[in-house]
Design a binder for this molecule. Structure first.
Ligand code: PMP
Length: 458
């Protein structure tokens, strides 16, 4: 039996569980390392405890001191747990885009939560990490944990997570599959397992820059690397050792989230989105392997953190990740033309030179030849006919920035929403409607298309 003197002694030594149902048809075995079984609920308990212990040894953190960190939640919870047990104060700076359950959790542990704008260039003083560093500097006894560059983060995975997986599989593990946030998990666990000939596969949200995406926003939290278009120099965490990753699987958000939901419904494992990403990757890897192979995926946290998002059918259908139980669906009544876009840096004249009729999405500028745009990057819309009339009346308007005439972000509907329900949901608003598939804008149509087409078909 596991009996501990302190909650901190219960960190690590998590179960390894074999997947039985989502693996139907595969011959290779797929096992999952259940990191949500840590006392603070995630893989980050390991790093949090290790970083505090290292700081204590180095004298960087003194008794009664204040631990400060920028975190999308789980590292913050781990640090808050350690702080509570060891008599420190925890201050956690979070991006305002995270699930609200995560904020409530931090507060429940007694941490002070400081929310900051989530989508800021890396250089911005209010960027999560810059703000956390500054608070630590300005606080008496403050210590900035800095999970992104703290060597204690990957090291604890090399010392614990890797050896645990090796032992638990009796040395039979052939493939490690994990996502990359700070990179601590994959770099440390992978470094240990590679010594035993294990292949290391990184799973990355399709839009993340780690595996070659354009850096646009994505909806799986806490993994991958987003790139703000105004970031001058993109820095990657030093906790992430790229040389450890043998290959990548790039996973679209829809695939990650649907696999996460299947893990709950078919395996009884309620996990977060990044666990869905890892298992989606593991299933892809296993599909190409024979029965002698053992694939291990790391499940970083529990789905309890995301009940209002990934496990909420309304959120999922509204974002275009899931179909409603009954049609006709939005996609049955809205024709899917391509998405006409103009970067927010353009002028009215530039729009008129390139676009004839129909609503045009005003988007965050980004070098991308993708035919779709991440939904949060559509910040407004313009109607070329209206702009043309405007310029006819006052030619000086041609030099205006389009943003001056772009209004606010258009209402959005998911392609699998019930058409009547979607129409009712956005009723009362004005302007064109954005059509979403898997969280990406694929078309912008006049509102009448959704409303009238629906009346005639149904
Ligand atoms: N998934 C979740 C839910 C996480 O909180 C984190 C940590 N940011 C990760 C994955 C990635 O782990 P790591 O930082 O060790 O790369």
């Amino acid at each position: 039996m596991n009996v501990f003197e302190s909650v901190l002694d219960a960190v690590g030594a998590t179960p390894l569980i074999r997947l039985r149902r989502v693996t139907a048809g595969l011959t290779a075995q797929v096992w999952v390392k259940v990191e949500f079984a840590n006392p603070g609920g995630s893989v980050k308990d390991r790093a949090a405890l290790a970083m505090v212990r290292a700081a204590e040894e180095l004298g960087e953190l003194q008794p009664g001191g204040t631990i400060v960190e920028g975190s999308s939640g789980n590292t913050g919870v781990g640090l808050a747990m350690v702080a509570a047990q060891c008599g420190y104060t925890a201050v956690v700076v979070v991006p305002n885009t995270i699930a609200h359950e995560k904020v409530a959790l931090l507060q429940a542990y007694g941490a002070r939560v400081v929310a900051t704008e989530g989508k800021l260039p890396r250089e911005h003083p209010e960027h999560v990490n810059n703000l956390a560093r500054r608070i630590a500097e300005e606080t008496d006894g403050g210590w900035y944990a800095n999970q992104y560059d703290n060597p204690a983060n990957p090291r604890i995975h090399e010392l614990t997570t890797g050896p645990e997986i090796w032992e638990q599989t009796g040395g039979r593990v052939t493939h490690l599959v994990a996502g990359i946030g700070t990179g601590g998990t994959i770099s440390g666990t992978g470094r240990f397992l590679k010594r035993h000939g294990v292949t290391v596969v990184g799973t990355d949200p399709e839009a993340s820059v780690y595996a070659g995406g354009d850096g646009s926003p994505y909806f799986v939290e806490s993994v991958g690397h987003y790139l703000h278009p105004d970031t001058v120099e993109d820095t990657w965490p030093t906790a992430y050792d790229r040389a450890i990753v043998d290959r990548f699987e790039r996973i679209p958000d829809g695939e990650s989230l649907r696999v996460a939901r299947r893990l709950a419904a078919e395996e009884g494992l309620l996990v977060g989105g990044s666990a869905g990403t890892a298992v989606a990757g593991a299933l892809r890897v296993a599909a190409g392997l024979g029965p002698e192979h053992v694939v291990v995926a790391v499940l970083p946290d529990s789905g309890r953190n995301y009940l209002s998002k990934y496990f909420d059918d309304r959120w999922m259908t509204g974002m275009g990740f899931l179909d409603a139980t009954e049609g006709p669906f939005v996609r049955d009544v809205v024709p899917q033309r391509g998405l006409a876009v103009v970067p927010a840096t353009d002028t009215v004249a530039a729009v008129l030179a390139r676009h004839g009729s129909g609503p045009v999405a005003v988007v965050v500028p980004r070098t991308s030849d993708a035919p779709t745009r991440s939904a949060p990057e559509v910040i407004g819309s313009v109607d070329p006919a209206e702009l043309r009339a405007l310029v006819a009346a006052d030619p000086e308007r041609a030099a205006d920035s389009v943003t001056r005439h772009a209004g606010s972000a258009p209402a959005a509907v998911g392609h699998g929403e019930n058409a009547a329900a979607a129409t009712a949901r956005i009723d009362g608003g004005k302007g064109p409607v954005l059509l979403l598939i898997d969280g990406r804008a694929v078309a912008l149509v006049p509102r009448a298309v959704l409303e009238q087409r629906h009346e005639t078909t149904g």
